[in-house]
Design a protein around this ligand. Sequence first.
Ligand SMILES: NC(=O)c1ccc[n+]([C@@H]2O[C@H](COP(=O)([O-])OP(=O)(O)OC[C@H]3O[C@@H](n4cnc5c(N)ncnc54)[C@H](O)[C@@H]3O)[C@@H](O)[C@H]2O)c1
Ligand SMILES: O=P(O)(O)OC[C@H](O)CO
Length: 434
Amino acid sequence: MTSLAVHSKKHKVCIVGSGNWGTTIAKVVAENTNEHGDIFEPEVQMWVFEEEYEIPKDSKHASSELAGKTQKLTELINTLHENVKYLPNIALPKNIVANPDLADAVKDATILVFNLPHQFIGRICDQLKGKIVPYARGISCIKGLEVSDSGCQLFSDSIGAKLGIYCGALSGANIATEVAQEKFSETTVAYEPPTMDSQQPTPAGTPGGSPHGSHLDLTQLDGEVKRQPRAGGKQGDRKQRLMALPTEYPPLSHKNMTKLFHRPYFHVHLINDVVGVSLGGALKNIVALAAGFVDGLGWGDNAKAAVMRVGIVEEVKFGKTFFGDSVRTATFTEESCGVADLITSCSGGRNFRCAKMAVQEGKNIDDIEKRELNGQKLQGTSTAYEVHSFLKAEGKEDEFPLFTAVWRVLEGEKQPHDIPDMINTTAKILNQMG
Ligand SMILES: NC(=O)c1ccc[n+]([C@@H]2O[C@H](COP(=O)([O-])OP(=O)(O)OC[C@H]3O[C@@H](n4cnc5c(N)ncnc54)[C@H](O)[C@@H]3O)[C@@H](O)[C@H]2O)c1
Ligand SMILES: O=P(O)(O)OC[C@H](O)CO
């Protein structure tokens, strides 16, 4: 059944963040807002943490009148239609507007896409309070976890709680530069629109939409998709208090959210397991460090496969232990945000590459990060510390030997060649057998 409703307003999108992935997602979204002018305003605001930047002498823009002295990054992006610092050599659609003023960038935006290194999001949310449209909806592309004295939270949950909005998650096997070059990849989006957002009727024969966590058929996406509240029920409870999207706007149904992110080269699978999507993206960064450590020793593919195997087991166990049974194992094994992201991250990701170089050169990984990444940020090192402090507080360090091993190596307590011993469950079993 198709709704014939005509909506007088269109959704305005703001990307909060403009790094390597932030700019790539801005490109994806801006291509789609141009194509779907019936749902979205074409212009996409991209908030930029302003900085001065000088175009390098080997850049194709070296002869530009902007070259030769430092310029504001926003001016460079808006003039050259390229993020010369964080996504060089990728042409950006002209409907992306780089904006250094956070409050101005989010003004009137009904869709907020959060995409910045996880260590900065708390402060950004503080600045956003009271500045956003109260019925805005969010998507977090952040790969990390918020660990505090009160426990461990998904960023989609903490953003939602701080801003009083519904926030879903997007994560997948997505090395930004490859996506920006329009090489084929897949991603996973967890988005459960609050009931009130789905103003179009549920298609006949699909009461309540698709089953929890399964792929969704695009032809059936106009209706609401229901999910059991997960352990703790925070999202479920909060959703009841959300402000309804005014009927002047097209519904933010699964179908319209898919139209925002899906490209011929970037395939979106919508599922309901926001916990699995978020944990896969956050925890694989720790595993990628372990893969880099053993590869840096020259131990070859079998060693890397071993830490990846243990890593995915610990990812699922972390979900089940701390977020309850509503986390689906299949999210880790079948979706792009699970094992596929683990594979790509342990092959060509920044965490993997920097960890490998650190071992090969006998240097500190933080120094390698500064030398190699030109301002981009590793997420695995801080996540390893954050997850360790959470596991320690829970008394469960021993139950996650790989996550703990990575922290020990980063701390200098252990060496990369100690990793096999630290994840050796056979030795433990033999000990127990006497
Ligand atoms: N790069 C990738 O390939 C990729 C792919 C998928 C997901 N992700 C995830 O997306 C998120 C964003 O990563 P990214 O690659 O866009 O970032 P990045 O690693 O390129 O980090 C640089 C960004 O951080 C910003 N920044 C620096 N200091 C800041 C501050 N004090 N406050 C606010 N911003 C500041 C910079 O302005 C720049 O925009 C991360 O969680 C990452 O794990 C990255
Ligand atoms: O480069 P990394 O290690 O931050 O990983 C990038 C993406 O998350 C891969 O999906």
